[in-house]
Write a protein that binds this ligand. Sequence first.
Ligand SMILES: [Zn+2]
Ligand SMILES: [Zn+2]
Length: 257
Amino acid sequence: MKILPPVLVPWRTVIDRRHDPPEAQGRYGYRTYRACLRWEFGFTCPFCLCHEADFVPRGAEGFGVTQIEHFVPVSHKGTNLYPNCFYICRFCNRARSAAANVDPEDGRRLLSPTSSVWAEHFVVAGDEIEAREGSDDAAYTRDAYDLNDHRKAARRRYRREAIDECLAMVRESGSICRRLLEDAVATHKPELVDAAKAIEAGLRRAWRDLEVFEVVPPDAPSRCACDVEAPSIPRLLEEQSIEIRAPAFEGGDGAPA
Ligand SMILES: [Zn+2]
Ligand SMILES: [Zn+2]
């Protein structure tokens, strides 16, 4: 199973537009892009870097936490064409609201993650995403999308702590359990078995908590509008994801109950 990293490092390349769905018809036709967009953006808001799983565990579809944004708003001559449509969390979408692509007062521009390299403009500082010094466009973008809205920062913190703690638990407690059980047999001390059982219960819980952060959520569509078979997540997300293997539970075949 592949899970998200505790902290997503801002993208080191632009997000590739690999999908090419049929052109949307009608005012709301862009909604047919949704499956393509979810895969293409890796189920992640490209602005605040929160993943669907940060908002709703085990499948966010139907909860309204992600939306399709017209990067150039339709009201500003933007179109429903696919390249103008981004997958974005509702918090970023709402924060931006009607902010212009170019600030009419000082000419600063909103950055697009499909044409600007995020890592060149943003840096993660703790649980916040900061504009790099000298990038006025990044500062404008950060403020327009309110990237450090306390709810987003809280979700980044929760993920970082949960994944760090659960990974440590999963990596270390399997061998601790085994040693305790061996000692219990060798020394005829049943209380050691109880201790091993308690640790294993914690281990199962840690594994379930990690499953929440699967990179490809369980409700990922198996097909999209361009009818690519087995669509994939962006390589820049794949590279940061972490492969984990279920620990061997004493009471089962490895899969937690
Ligand atoms: Zn597609
Ligand atoms: Zn967002």
